[in-house]
Design a protein around this ligand. Structure first.
Ligand code: ADP
Ligand code: MG
Length: 323
């Protein structure tokens, strides 16, 4: 580590820890954390790459926000309470304004969720940011992808497809009408569903966050659970701002296959529906969009089988170029 790097770390990433369980934070060779009694540690990591996960030229504030948001979304999907993170940052140059902006976006979201940055690594290279996040769950209460059973009801939070529509707004440089601004913000500033994950952690039979597309992620949940699902296209909540700008069929495609929403899909046994109604946090709409079945994930539209044009984004399938 050079002096310049240390200055950047000290100036932008070294802050007093907020959590009492963090005993030693940024500045030593490693951090030290005291696990709370009776809790289990939940760990996840997500990397975002310029030109793949966000367009080149994205504001540093939005990149800092995003790298934490995608990780918080994994904590949400597990029903965990996020607690601390480490950050590996590769950036092309020691541009002070860029680091300041990145740190602003990162800590804006970190403070909202009381997450401490306790260490990391800073190198010069192509623009890539990785966060490893850790959180706590009660010793027997975490969510998984694998607990769904045929007959369970399938829910999605929020309005899937808005982030993909927002990416189209950015890529096509569409005029920033209020609808376009709303969608752009939904792409740049996804709202991880941490409160929802906590609320349903002992009610849902399975859960997963939607990062690559609703159908492709539902495929993964169903594979993990060893069952199938029937999705009712007519029950999908479609985005009014997206409908204001894009054709109806494009909006259905965004909702079914668009990535980057960081909404949650989860399943609930019919007997737990009343518990769910009482547990949902304010301001987090959840919609039943289907039911779990014995095998394969199918879509129905007006009661007829419907084959969507695509199911989502796969980094290694190369079916579509990265944005
Ligand atoms: P070392 O040489 O021992 O690997 P570094 O010089 O890489 O340590 O880092 C010095 C301190 O700064 C360590 O505590 C490390 O965790 C922290 N750190 C480095 N980069 C970051 C970053 N981007 N965010 C948070 N902490 C960081
Ligand atoms: Mg060291």
């Amino acid at each position: 580590m050079g002096q310049g790097e240390f200055d950047i770390i000290a100036r932008y990433f070294m802050r007093k820890a907020q959590r009492s369980e963090v005993l030693l934070s940024v500045g030593d060779d490693a951090a030290v954390v005291a696990p709370p009694a009776g809790k289990r540690l939940v760990v996840a990591m997500d990397t975002i790459v310029a030109g793949v996960h966000f367009p080149h030229g994205t504001a540093p504030e939005d990149i800092g926000y995003r790298v934490l948001a995608v990780n918080l979304s994994d904590m949400a999907a597990m029903g965990a309470e996020p607690a601390w993170m480490t950050l590996s940052l590769s950036a092309p140059m020691a541009d002070e304004a860029w680091f300041a902006g990145f740190a602003r976006g990162l800590f804006e979201l970190a403070d909202r969720h009381r997450v401490d940055l306790i260490g990391g690594d800073t190198v010069k290279g192509p623009l890539v940011a990785t966060v490893q996040i850790a959180g706590w769950v009660e010793s027997d209460r975490w969510l998984t992808r694998s607990g769904a059973q045929p007959g369970d009801l399938l829910f999605v939070s929020g309005v899937p497809g808005e982030a993909a529509a927002g990416l189209a707004v950015v890529q096509q440089a569409l005029p920033l009408t209020p609808a376009a601004q709303h969608l752009r913000r939904r792409f740049l500033r996804p709202e991880p569903r941490v409160a929802l994950g906590r609320a349903v952690r002992s009610i849902a039979s399975s859960a997963m966050d939607v990062s690559d597309g609703l159908l492709t992620d539902l495929d993964k949940l169903c594979a993990a659970s060893g069952c199938g699902a029937r999705v009712d296209i007519d029950a999908l909540p479609l985005s009014q701002p997206a409908l204001d700008i894009f054709p109806y069929e494009a909006c259905v495609d965004y909702a079914l296959a668009g990535g980057d929403d960081y909404e949650m899909i989860f399943t609930v046994a019919p007997a737990r529906l009343a518990d769910l109604a009482g547990a949902l946090p304010d301001g987090v709409p959840c919609t039943q969009i289907g039911v779990l079945t014995g095998n394969s994930v199918e879509c129905l539209r007006a009661g007829q089988p419907f084959i969507p044009g695509r199911r989502g984004y796969d980094h290694f399938a190369q079916r579509e170029p990265p944005p």
